[in-house]
Design a protein around this ligand. Structure first.
Ligand SMILES: C[S@@+](CC[C@H](N)C(=O)[O-])C[C@H]1O[C@@H](n2cnc3c(N)ncnc32)[C@H](O)[C@@H]1O
Length: 212
């Protein structure tokens, strides 16, 4: 029996609309569904590309903690060359989603296992690093920031989206992340007025980080 279901997402370009399809699992780990932060970030990227078609066109992008791949696949649909990464156990569903959307992607997509904090084999220099909903357990905050430090150059734009949930655990995790990341990166918050008019929320933050 097929244990998956599909979430569709329409992406507008200057001259057309593309419908992407993301296969999710009925039961499974956090990497089996599209999170709200992924939709908010994907729609922010769409809006930036509608304003400036060169925003992602031919850019080299790495996505961390891709899950089912929504953010990175949208970036490839908008013209970026994307490396999707996650833990090894997340990769089969991620591959299935890349395959499912392949004909609609303008840029190239590759997939690689990457466990934050472990030595990183990736040797491309990303113009952009994207991550959605990756700051949710304290144990990995240090490793995640260390991976961002390894991958980013002074020219890399890191665009991160995170929903702030009303739990003590998540608030502490977010505070620790901000304190840690501010040691090596300039951090700015992207105002909601610059985000999608429909897919945005005061509880879902988009941040831009650049290496000091
Ligand atoms: C809450 S999910 C978000 C998934 C996706 N970005 C989205 O927003 O739909 C967090 C993702 O981070 C990945 N992740 C968690 N710990 C990780 C680690 N140590 N290294 C790499 N990825 C990790 C999970 O496998 C999962 O795909």
């Amino acid at each position: 029996m097929d244990d998956t279901f599909v979430r569709e997402l329409e992406i507008d370009h200057v001259d057309k609309t593309t419908t992407l399809r993301f296969r999710q699992k009925l039961e499974g780990d956090v990497n089996c569904v599209v999170w709200d932060g992924a939709i908010v970030l994907a729609k922010y990227l769409e809006r930036q590309c509608l304003k400036n078609s060169g925003f992602l066109e031919n850019r080299s992008v790495i996505e961390l903690g891709s899950g089912v791949g929504c953010v990175g696949i949208v970036a490839a649909c908008l013209g970026a060359n994307v490396l999707l990464t996650d833990l090894p156990q997340a990769l089969p569903l991620l591959r299935q989603n890349v395959e499912e959307n392949k004909s609609k992607l303008k840029g190239c997509v590759e997939i690689e296992a990457l466990d934050w904090g472990s030595p990183c084999k990736i040797n491309c220099t990303p113009d952009v690093i994207l991550l959605a909903e990756c700051i949710y357990y304290k144990e990995v905050v240090g490793s995640l920031v260390s991976t961002l430090r390894q991958l980013a150059t002074e020219k890399t734009n890191i665009i991160l989206c995170q929903e702030l949930r009303d739990s003590q655990k998540q608030r502490e995790c977010w505070k620790e992340f901000l304190e840690n990341v501010k040691e090596s990166f300039e951090v700015s918050f992207i105002p909601q007025t610059e985000q999608s008019l429909v897919y945005s929320s005061p509880e879902i933050l988009i941040l831009r980080l650049t290496k000091k």
